[in-house]
Write a new protein. Sequence first.
Length: 188
Amino acid sequence: MKDMNMDFGILTETKITNNLYATEADGYSITCTTVDSTHQGGVALFHRPSDLFVMEGTEAFGPNVIRATLVAGNKRWTVIGVYIPCSETDGATLAFLDKAMSTAPVDLEMIMLGDLNTDLTQTNFYRGQERQFATQNAVAGLTDLFYCFRQWKSDRGENNEYTWRQFRSGGWITSRVDYLLSTCKEDF
């Protein structure tokens, strides 16, 4: 985080089970959720002191959702970090996410960061949870900011449409797992 000069962000798959973790490191404040298993889940919000902004009211919603308020001058945003486990089928994380979103101040624009294990560019969702998540985001007015950032080029010079890939059984498996979504109305 420090080497990349990041002011704040969300970490996923933190796997903190006992609520014992460094709350400060290299000038950053860190808040983590607690999970039941060391094999999957958890999110953390990190931020460092700045003259430009402060992070307030950090709150965990279950093991995979965290929310805070970002304040910069007289402007405020709700920031939500989320990790949706790909093996989850009961919608528990989506219920916690819904609670975090519905109890956030309605007058604040929202920024959501995380590993969603859902490809929102699809038109046909294979899991009911993906459909529910896409609907939840549409209702909240969240927009995918993927194309607002320069994408890395493939070996053939093409822009990539995915954030994860792995070579398996003689071919590449690709996925879009990381997201930055927002209700912000300004042009990016």
